[in-house]
Design a protein around this ligand. Structure first.
Ligand SMILES: Nc1ncnc2c1ncn2[C@@H]1O[C@H](COP(=O)(O)OP(=O)(O)OP(=O)(O)O)[C@@H](O)[C@H]1O
Ligand SMILES: [Mg+2]
Length: 289
């Protein structure tokens, strides 16, 4: 099979045959919603270790990321939250000395092995960082860049996509009359929504959000959270946050990390109301971190 296997979005049944597939996948696990409906796992992480040189930043992490749900990742500074996101779209692969072992699968297909098309993977698994990373170009061009990354589009199609993406990111009304202005001139909250619009341009199936509201005021935070809630109808999201209220508001499941280990994961109600592990309890009640 071609090295772009990971670019295809196939059902979980077609697993273990792609380039880089190293062993049979774990049995498909399903996320059970409050209404009893089941969502399959969009990504599965098994026994994942991550190294910065000799430093082991993730230790035997196992976690399922349910499809079209928000997985909140919480834990004290330095516990490996950002590192986990960096593995999920292999952005670390560009950094010498950094490596992951174990298994990470997207729709059942291995993404850590050789032969994975990284550009395609990063299109399918998009990323938004804490500090809005707008490019020094116009608002329009920032978004057009995302839209053109995976598709060849005519000028008219680009215009259409830019409007659609800005609308989805809940920014269109605020910028439609200044599309040619530099993106630098937007507020922090607007810049973050612009980054989300750009990330949506590649039509990702998974969106990784690393403290997306960490630098925003309450009004902008609310706008980004509303957007997350709206996007989860179509997208799978992994949301790293230091804000427990945000995790409680936005996440369907929460995973608590400590010193590189995934201590406990479960439904948001379980983690915040009756966590099993004392370390989780101590963290969510503010005893450390
Ligand atoms: N480039 C790097 N080189 C070496 N060690 C690193 C590097 N980046 C992170 N680490 C280490 O890996 C561990 C996990 O870091 P990571 O950035 O994933 O933590 P985090 O949970 O995202 O923290 P924060 O909440 O502060 O963002 C830390 O011990 C950190 O010092
Ligand atoms: Mg971090």
């Amino acid at each position: 099979m071609a090295s772009t296997d990971v670019a295809e979005s196939k059902p979980a049944a077609d697993v273990g045959v792609g380039v880089g597939a190293r062993r049979a996948p774990s049995p498909a696990s399903a996320w059970v919603n409050a209404d009893g409906a089941k969502n399959h796992s969009k990504m599965t992480i098994r026994n994942l270790d991550f190294y910065y040189g000799k430093t082991r930043a993730l230790k035997a992490v196992t976690l399922d990321i349910p499809d079209r749900r928000v997985t909140g990742v919480i834990g004290p500074s330095g516990c490996g939250k950002s590192t986990l996101l960096r593995v999920l779209n292999r952005i670390y692969a560009d950094c010498p000395g950094q490596r992951a072992t174990g298994e990470v699968r997207l729709d059942g297909k291995d993404i850590l092995g050789p032969g994975v098309d990284l550009t395609m993977l990063r299109g399918r698994v998009g990323m938004v960082f804490q500090a809005a990373t707008v490019f020094r170009m116009s608002i329009f061009d920032n978004v057009a860049l995302g839209a053109r990354a995976r598709e060849i589009l005519s000028h008219a199609q680009v215009d259409e996509r830019v409007e659609e993406l800005l609308t989805r990111a809940d920014l269109w009304a605020e910028v439609k009359d200044r599309l040619k202005d530099s993106a630098d001139g937007l507020s922090g909250g607007q810049q973050q929504r612009l980054c989300i619009a750009r990330a949506l341009g590649t039509r990702p199936e998974v969106l990784l959000l690393d403290e997306p509201t960490g630098a925003l005021d309450p009004a902008s935070t609310e706008a980004v959270e509303a957007l997350i809630m709206q996007l989860k109808q179509r997208l799978t999201m992994v949301l790293v946050t230091h804000n427990m209220e945000q995790a409680a508001r936005c996440a369907d499941q929460v995973a608590f990390f400590y010193l590189g280990e995934m201590v406990e994961a479960g439904s948001t109600a379980h983690i915040f109301e009756s966590p099993t592990q004392p370390r989780t309890q101590n963290y969510i009640t503010g005893k450390f971190g």
